[in-house]
Design a protein around this ligand. Structure first.
Ligand code: SAH
Ligand code: DHB
Ligand code: MG
Length: 224
């Protein structure tokens, strides 16, 4: 199987189970026009995040790494009427594009895009007593994944879902001697999750339009 076949199967999945989506197509077009990198989750992955958030009954969602708000919109679609989503983004230009896409999708009143280094935003949220969040999606700079995991645990509650994107990186995760900080960050994340009794976790590899990668999924348990 090649990347071309993986993409063809993604097209088959989207054609059968997702249908056309002018709102998200417009968001991707705005991202491209704004010069954002095309590193959003795929459509099939976005729908999976949406369904997982619904399965979790999520009313408060936290996202780390907004980009143009593509995954944000998928997640916001899972919220009930009184639901809220906070999404954290370092780059002001990414946040501007995202706010436009989120407003065009009809979620301006449910979604709060906060600009700055996510670790600072998260620390302020913990200090400010924000939360708890029912569902947390981590998809920003990979070297910070352990710090984001710790913050997610502090901002969650027993039963919260934590999902981390890009934990396989075409098998790069296996390279114990890597000098790539993203791989080192991902391996540190696996070590941290493995050592954490409050997390019940797995990771699932994916292939498709976004090549060979994967998600780590965890459910938070009670504090000791
Ligand atoms: N979740 C998005 C993709 C996010 S790409 C989607 O699937 O649609 C990763 C994003 O994380 C980029 O926009 C990048 O600017 C942002 N980022 C990188 N370092 C960050 C940091 N330290 N704090 C917050 N965001 C960061
Ligand atoms: C990159 C980041 C992502 O979140 C992603 O899904 C794919 C690629 C990157 O930084 O290269
Ligand atoms: Mg990602």
């Amino acid at each position: 199987m090649s990347d071309a076949a993986w993409t063809a199967v993604d097209d088959y999945i989207v054609g059968h189970l997702l249908g056309t989506d002018p709102v998200l197509d417009a968001a991707l077009a705005a991202n491209e026009a704004g010069g954002l990198p095309a590193i959003d989750v795929s459509a099939a992955q976005g729908k999976m995040l949406h369904l997982l958030a619904r399965m979790a009954g999520a009313r408060r969602i936290l996202e780390v790494g907004t980009l143009g708000g593509y995954s944000t919109i998928w997640l916001a679609r899972a919220l009930p009427e009184d639901g809220r989503l906070v999404t954290l983004e370092l780059e002001p230009h990414h946040a501007d594009v995202a706010r436009g896409n989120i407003a065009a999708a009809g979620f301006a009143d449910k979604v709060d895009v906060r600009v700055g280094p996510a670790i600072e935003s998260l620390d302020a949220m913990i200090t400010g007593g924000e939360g708890p969040f029912d569902f947390i999606f981590i998809d920003a700079d990979k070297p910070s994944n352990v710090a984001y995991l710790r913050a997610a645990m502090a901002l969650g509650r027993p039963g919260s879902t934590i999902i981390v994107d890009n934990v396989v990186r075409e098998g790069g995760v296996l390279d114990a001697d890597s000098d790539d900080d993203r791989i080192r960050g991902t391996r540190a994340l696996f070590e941290a999750v493995a050592a954490e009794p409050r997390l019940n976790a797995t990771a699932v590899q994916t292939v498709g339009a976004k090549k060979w990668d994967g998600f780590l999924l965890a459910v938070l348990g009670a504090a000791e």
